[in-house]
Write a protein that binds this ligand. Structure first.
Ligand code: NDP
Length: 329
């Protein structure tokens, strides 16, 4: 079936400026870490991406290793680009990353220039894209000079393989050093991708949120729903097909009785605000403007539609924020 994007796609989404850059990102973006490998029907992947774009989600986040097997999420997204989005490349912000293990031998992971550039080329080939909008160093490499990893990002941008450079999971101190190197090279760091949600607040403890604000670097928070824990999905146990049932990244031990009691309190609070828990969790991530975009995952198109509804109410009273802290900390 030929896909025609909704004419209304730009009517309600909020687009936030990415730090001090000229780029804007949607308040909700979609990541392809799970549900875009060979174990998911292609039609489901297509439906998720189409639903997202119809709702104004213009940013899709991938990495070299997303699958399974590694690389297959890029292949699937490339196929969707060819069948459905060929005419809409200029309406999309597509990112990929290099850092984790992709091929045998000493050049298949971490942060050397050799690996970063080769991996970017492989990712472009798998997706069939001419360039990525954003390319990331996926993890800090303690054994490679940071100048080399940032030099590779600078080269990737200068050679036209990507338009913007970013890092993910770097702590505040690593981010300051990386940003200074990139600034000297003339390719600014425009984005940082940290994990952040009501249950995981390391970016506040580490000072990263303040660092990014100081440096004018934008941010996109991954795991905003704690892999689905911050939704109504686990309130009655672990449903078949859910991420916690799959033996992948979400350990069922994380769904303890105590955790579910906490989630139930948050769920009641969200209902009082006229939101689903997923919507309240996303609104919380975006609440103070310190995070540019919340980067969700989804196994079904209906989840994307639910999450996008978060933008209808992003504000909290001080009492509501205090109650969330009281429940969750
Ligand atoms: P989330 O915290 O958004 O979890 C997504 C999961 O939550 C879905 O797969 C689904 O679970 C469930 N869910 C989503 N919406 C709803 C809803 N409305 N109602 C009920 N359940 C819902 O994030 P992810 O863990 O998927 O990560 C998001 C993205 O972040 C990744 O795709 C990737 O792009 C990026 N990422 C980056 C990392 C990095 O190192 N930089 C590391 C990890 C992720 P179910 O599948 O059970 O239905």
């Amino acid at each position: 079936m030929t896909y025609h994007p909704a004419d209304t796609r730009y009517d309600s989404m909020i687009y936030n400026r990415l730090g001090a850059s000229g780029l804007k990102l949607p308040a909700i973006s979609l990541g392809l870490w799970h549900n875009f490998g060979e174990d998911t029907p292609h039609q489901t992947k297509r439906a998720i991406v189409q639903t997202a774009f119809d709702a104004g989600i213009t940013h899709f986040d991938i990495a070299n290793n997303y699958g399974p097997p590694p690389g297959s999420a890029e292949v699937a997204f490339g196929e969707i680009m060819r069948t459905d989005f060929r005419d809409f490349r200029d309406e999309l912000i597509i990112s990929s990353k290099a850092g984790y293990n992709m091929w045998n031998g000493p050049y298949g992971e971490w942060g050397s220039r050799k690996y970063m550039v080769a991996s970017c080329d492989q990712s472009l080939k798998r997706t069939g894209l001419d360039y990525f909008d954003i390319f990331y160093s996926h993890r800090f490499d303690p054994d490679t000079p940071l100048e080399e990893t940032m030099g590779a990002l600078d080269y990737i941008v200068r050679s036209g393989r990507a338009l913007y450079a970013g890092v993910t999971t770097y702590n505040s101190e690593q981010t300051r050093r990386a940003a200074a190197i990139l600034r000297d090279l003339g390719t600014p760091m425009v984005i940082h991708q940290p994990s952040y949600n009501i249950l995981e607040r390391w970016v506040e403890r580490d000072g990263l949120k303040d660092t990014l604000r100081d440096l004018g670097i934008g941010s996109i928070a991954f795991l905003p729903l704690a892999q689905g824990v911050l939704t109504n999905k686990y309130l009655k146990g672990i449903p078949a097909g859910s991420r916690a049932s799959q033996g992948k990244s979400l350990n069922p031990d994380a769904i303890s009785d105590a955790r579910i009691a906490m989630v139930r309190s948050l769920n009641d609070m969200a209902a009082g605000r006229g939101q689903t828990l997923a919507q309240m969790a996303l609104a919380w991530v975006l609440r103070d403007g310190g995070i540019t975009s919340a980067l969700i995952g989804a196994s079904r198109p209906e989840q994307v539609a639910d999450c996008v509804g978060a933008i209808r109410n992003l504000s909290f009273t001080p009492d509501e924020l205090a109650l969330i802290d009281q429940i969750s900390l």
